[in-house]
Ligand binder design. Structure first.
Ligand code: HGY
Ligand code: MN
Ligand code: MN
Length: 412
C-alpha cells in the first residue's frame, strides 16, 4: 500500500507564518489567551480553516473547531484532532501550533485525495492551554470535557485583572455553541516533545501512553518591611528570605527523593520591591509535577508542612491559593498501538513515553479514548524562542497522524 504524505511545504509554511503573528518590537513571540495577538493568530487560523472548506464553529469558551463532515457521516461521533495556538511569553513557534496545523494539513490531504471518512473529522484549537494569563492551564479543553462550567471559566480573573470572558468578547471569540457539543469517538494530539528524550535516544516518534499530574499554587508571604541596613538579622521578618527558602527546600527535597518529580517557581514578585527595604511581601507560584498521583500528593504535603515551619521560624504569615490541580492520565492503548504501527510501517523508530508537559489531551481523555504523538525537540528546549524541530521530523509526525486518522476514520 502506497505511503501517503501530507504537503510538507504547506504545513511548514503555515507554522512559520503563524509564528510571525504576535511578535513584539524586539521580535519576541507572545500570544497570551484573549490578547490582541491571540486574536490575530485566531483570525489567521480561521482563515485557513475556511479556505479548506471546513465548517468553523466557536464555542462559548472560545475554542475554535474546523469540522469536515457531510451527509454520509454527520450522524457518527467525530474523530477529533488538535491542540492550541496560544503561547507562553517569548515562546517558540511549534508548541501547540504544530498540532493544530498538522491536523488541518491531514484533513486537507485527505480531502484532496477524495477520501470519504466514515465519521466527521474535527480540528480543534483549544482556548488558554498555556494558563499564563488565566489559570488553570488547559482551560478550554477542561471546559469542553465538562471539568469546569463555562460560567466559572469565563469569570476567571487573569494576572492583569481582566476576566477571560471580557477578553473573549473584546477579541470577538465569545462563541455561542455549548462546549462539549460533540463527544469525540477519539482524540489524537500531535505535539513536540518539549523534552530531551527522543533526540537523546535517537527516536523519531514518541507514542505517548500517559501524562503526569500537575499542581499549581500561588503562595503569598507577609512579613514586615524594614531598613536593610539597620535591622539586625535576628529581628527580621523577611518575606523575601522565606520565599527563597521554599525554592531551596523543593530542590533539596526532590533531589533526596531521587524520583521523577519536578518543581518550578516560575513567577515571583516582592513588595515594596526596593533595593534597601526588607520585603514585606513575596508572591510567587509553585508548579509541581509527578507521573504518580500518590507521590504528587506527598510532595504537596511536604511543601505544606515546610510552609508551616518557615512561617514560625521566619515570623511571617503564609497563605496559599490553588491555581490548578490535574491528576495523571493514562491514554488509550489501542491508539498508542496504531501510532507505533504507523511509525513501524514508515521505518520511523518509536518509543513509548510519558508526557512531562500538560496538554489538552489530558482533559479530552476524560470523555474519549485519547493518545498523543511526539516528535523530537532540539536540545529538549521549549517555552523558549530556541524551540526547534527539524522539518523532516515535523513531516514524519504529521504523516503518522495521517495514518492514524485514515485508520480511525475508515471504521464506521
Ligand atoms: O504547563 C504545561 O505543561 C503546558 O505547557 N500548559
Ligand atoms: Mn502545548
Ligand atoms: Mn506549552
Amino acid at each position: 500500500m502506497p505511503l501517503h504524505s501530507i504537503d510538507a511545504a504547506r504545513l511548514i509554511g503555515r507554522i512559520l507564518a503563524l509564528g510571525e503573528i504576535g511578535r513584539d518590537p524586539q521580535g519576541q513571540l507572545t500570544r497570551l489567551a484573549g490578547s490582541d495577538s491571540d486574536r490575530a493568530g485566531r483570525d489567521r487560523l480561521v482563515g485557513w480553516l475556511t479556505d479548506a472548506g471546513l465548517e468553523v464553529v466557536i464555542d462559548r469558551i472560545g475554542n475554535i473547531f474546523g469540522i469536515w463532515r457531510d451527509e454520509t457521516n454527520a450522524g457518527e461521533a467525530p474523530l477529533m484532532l488538535g491542540s492550541h495556538i496560544d503561547t507562553v511569553i517569548n515562546a517558540g513557534v511549534y508548541d501547540g501550533c504544530y498540532g493544530v496545523l498538522a491536523a488541518l494539513e491531514v484533513i486537507e490531504t485527505l480531502k484532496e485525495r477524495g477520501a470519504t471518512p466514515a465519521r466527521p473529522v474535527i480540528v480543534a484549537a483549544f482556548t488558554n492551554e498555556e494558563g499564563v494569563r488565566y489559570a488553570p492551564d488547559m482551560l478550554g479543553s477542561l471546559v469542553y470535557a465538562g471539568g469546569l462550567s463555562v460560567e466559572a471559566a469565563l469569570s476567571i480573573v487573569g494576572t492583569d485583572g481582566t476576566t477571560l470572558g471580557e477578553e473573549l468578547e473584546r477579541i470577538g471569540y465569545a462563541g455561542s455553541t455549548e462546549p462539549g457539543f460533540a463527544r469525540p469517538h477519539a482524540y489524537v494530539e500531535l505535539h513536540i516533545e518539549q523534552g530531551p528524550a527522543l533526540e537523546r535516544e535517537g527516536f523519531a516518534i514518541g507514542a505517548v501512553e500517559n501524562l503526569q499530574g500537575i499542581s499549581w499554587q500561588r503562595i503569598t508571604v507577609d512579613g514586615v518591611a524594614n531598613h536593610a541596613g539597620t535591622t539586625p538579622m535576628a529581628m527580621r521578618r523577611d518575606a523575601g528570605l522565606a520565599a527563597a527558602r521554599v525554592g531551596l527546600f523543593l530542590r533539596e527535597h526532590i533531589t533526596r527523593s531521587n524520583g521523577p518529580s519536578v518543581a518550578t517557581i516560575g513567577t515571583m514578585r516582592f513588595e515594596p520591591d526596593a533595593i534597601n527595604v526588607i520585603p514585606s511581601r513575596a508572591v510567587f507560584t509553585v508548579d509541581l509535577r509527578d507521573p504518580d498521583e500518590d507521590r504528587l500528593q506527598a510532595l504537596e504535603m511536604a511543601l505544606a508542612d515546610f510552609l508551616v515551619r518557615i512561617g514560625a521560624e521566619e515570623g511571617v504569615e503564609i497563605s496559599v491559593e490553588r491555581l490548578a490541580r490535574f491528576q495523571p492520565v493514562t491514554f488509550d492503548q489501542g491508539i498508542v498501538e496504531m501510532i507505533e504501527a504507523s511509525a513501524s510501517t514508515r521505518s520511523l523508530k518509536s518509543r513509548r513515553m510519558t508526557s512531562g508537559a500538560g496538554h489538552d489531551a489530558q482533559m479530552i481523555a476524560r470523555i474519549a479514548p485519547t493518545a498523543m504523538i511526539f516528535v523530537p525537540s532540539r536540545d529538549g528546549i521549549s517555552h523558549n524562542p530556541r524551540e526547534h524541530t527539524e522539518p523532516a521530523d515535523l513531516v514524519a509526525g504529521a504523516n503518522v497522524l495521517l495514518d492514524v486518522v485514515e485508520r480511525m476514520a475508515r471504521s464506521g
